[in-house]
Design a protein around this ligand. Sequence first.
Ligand code: ADP
Ligand code: ADP
Ligand code: MG
Length: 637
Amino acid sequence: MFSSVLVANRGEIACRIFRTARKLGIRTIAVCSEADRGALFTRMADETRCIGPASPRESYLNGQAILAAARESGAEAIHPGYGFLSENPDFADSVIEAGLIWIGPRPEMIRAMGLKDEAKAIATRAGVPVVPGFQSADQDPQILAKAAEELGFPILIKALAGGGGRGIREVESADGFAEALASAQREASGAFGDARVLLEKRIVRPRHVEVQILGDHHGNVVHLFERDCSLQRRRQKVIEEAPAFGLPEALRANLLESALRIARAVGYQNAGTVEFVVAGDPVPERYYFLEMNTRLQVEHPVTECITGINLVEWQLRVAAGEPLGFLQTDITLRGHAIEARICAEDPDADFRPRIGRIRRFDIDLNPAEPGARLRLDHGFEAGDAVPGAYDSLVAKLIAFSPSGRAGAISALLAGLDSTAISGIGSTAGFLRNCLTSPGFTSGAVHTGLIGESLAVLTDRSHKRRKAAACCALDQWARMRNETAGFRVNLPAQNLWRAVDDSGEIAVEIRLGEAFIDGAAVSLPKTPPIFMAPGGALDIWLEGEGFRFSPMGALAEMDHALAGDVLKAPMPGKVAALRTHLGAEVRKGEVLIVFEAMKMELPLSAPRDGTVEFLDVETGIQRKEGDILLRLAELPMP
Ligand code: ADP
Ligand code: ADP
Ligand code: MG
C-alpha cells in the first residue's frame, strides 16, 4: 500500500476519502482553490496546497497545478473523487506518466466509456439491451431530424460526452426538434467541449437502477448489488436507495449479470457503476443500459451500508495492486439503506442555490429505530462558508435499517426531523416530503415522480402551521414555568398569535394542546427550537426552518375572565398605553401593552365600549390582578 494520497477534489467527497485513508494510515494531501481555503476537507488533511482561483478551470480542473502539488507534497497516489477530473482520461494518463498511482480504472477504460455512443456499442456487443436510439458520425441536423421521426417521439437528445444530467433535451414532437437540438449542442459544447449528440427513445415513467462494480488488477470483477436512484429532479439524483425495491427477482438477476458482463468485457478495474433504466408500469419488465460511470458515485454509501464493504478502502487497495479480498459469493446483502442529498438550495425558489456562511448545522444521528443507523457524509460544519463556484451539495444523510425499507425510511425521517440548518438554503424539508409521498412509500417510484408533484413536495404551509403551534406552546410553557413561583394561574385556555414574514397564525392552547382553526395540531415531541436575535424563535419542523417574531407569539389573556376590566395578568409593568380616557374601543383592540417576564403581553378590549377608568402609569410594578382599565357599563337594552 502507498503511504500518501492526494485527493483532487473538494467538499464531502474529499472528507470521505480522507477518513478512510487515515484509517489505513495513509498520509492525506488536499488541494484547494482560493474559495475553499480553510474548508473542512483542508482541515482534515495532513497537508493542504492551494492550487488556484475559485474558478474550477483554474483549480480543480487544472491538471498541471494538481500534478505540481502532488510533486511538491510527495504524494504517491491521486484520488479524483467524482465530477471534476474523475472521468478525464487525459488527466489519468498524465498522472500515470508522472509516475503516480491513479486511483481509478485504466485511462483507456475511461475513454471507452466516456462517450455514450461507444459505451452503448460495448454493451450491445456484450449482449446487453440498450435504449433504442440513433447515433451517427454525421451530425447533420437534417439527418438527425429524420432519425428522430423514424424513432418516434418522444425522444431524448443526449450529449455524447454528457454527465451529471446535463446536455440532455426532451423532445415531444417534430416541431420542437431543431430548437432542442441546437440548445443541447450549445450546452454540450460549453460544458463538455464536444457538441456531438445521440438520440434515444424516451422510456415512459422509467426507474433508474444502477449496479456497483468493483474490479482488481488480477482479473476479478464483482458486483455489489444495485441501487435505485429514480427520485430525480431534472435528471439529477435526489434520493437513492439500496437494494432496489420490488424488482422481480429474475429481472434483477439479469440486470446484475448484464452489468458484470459489461465490466468483464472491458476488463474493468477499480470502482464503477453501470446505469440502466427499467421500463414497465406498474410491474418492471425490461431494462436498458444507459451508461457506465468510471468513478466512485455520490450515492456509494448506500451500497456500503447493505454490503458492509468500504468502497473507498477497496479503491485504494486495488489501486495499490492488492487483489479483492472477497469473491462474488462472499458479498451478501443485509437490510436497506437510503441516502438523501442535502443541498444549499431554496426549494421555494425553484431550487436556486442559496449559499453563504452556515450559522447552524445540527443533525441528530441517533435514530429512534432500534438497530438502525444514521450516517452523515458532510463537507461543511457550522461556521463554514459554502462557496458559490461549485455545486450546492453540502451533506448526504444516509439511513440504514437491518429490518428493511420501512425502517430505513423512518430512521431517515427521524434524522431530517432533527435537522436545523441556517445561514444557507436547505433541501432537508423537501427531502422529507419526498420520503413521505405516497409514490415513494409504496415503492412505485419512477424518474418523473418528483416532477409530477413538485408543488406538493415544495409546499411549506402545513409545516408553517405546525411551527406556529410549536411557537405558541413553547411560549405558553415558558410563561407557565416563569410564573410558577408567583403561584399565578395562567388560564388553561387561551389564544396566541404567531407572526412571521408571511403573516399571522392564531393558535389556541387548551390544556397544553395546540389547536388551529379548531383542529388539534399534532406535533413532534422535541422539534429544534432556539432563541434568535431580538427574542424571536427559530423553529425547525420536519427539516424546514421558520422564524416567528416575538411580538407575534404573545398571550392574549382570556377575556371572559376580565369582564369589563383589564387586570394585570401577572406581576409586571405597563409598557405602553394604546388608548385614552373616553375612547370608543372595539372588542379585540389592543389597549395596553403589559410587560412581564421580559415578554410583552398585549391586553385587548374584552368587548366594544368606552374607556371609563385608567390606572396606567408606565414603569410601575403591578401586582397580579391590579385593575388597569375599566370600560363603561353597557347601556340597558
Ligand atoms: P452520481 O451518479 O455519482 O450521483 P452525478 O451524475 O450526480 O453522479 O454527478 C456527480 C457529480 O459529478 C456532480 O457534481 C456532477 O455535476 C458531476 N459530474 C458528473 N459528470 C460530469 C461530467 N461529465 N463533467 C463534469 N461534471 C460531472
Ligand atoms: P448523465 O450522464 O447525465 O447521467 P444519463 O444517460 O445517465 O446521463 O441519463 C440521466 C438520467 O436521464 C437518467 O437517470 C434517467 O432518469 C434519464 N434518462 C436517460 N435516458 C433516458 C431514456 N432513454 N428514457 C427516459 N429517461 C432517460
Ligand atoms: Mg448517468
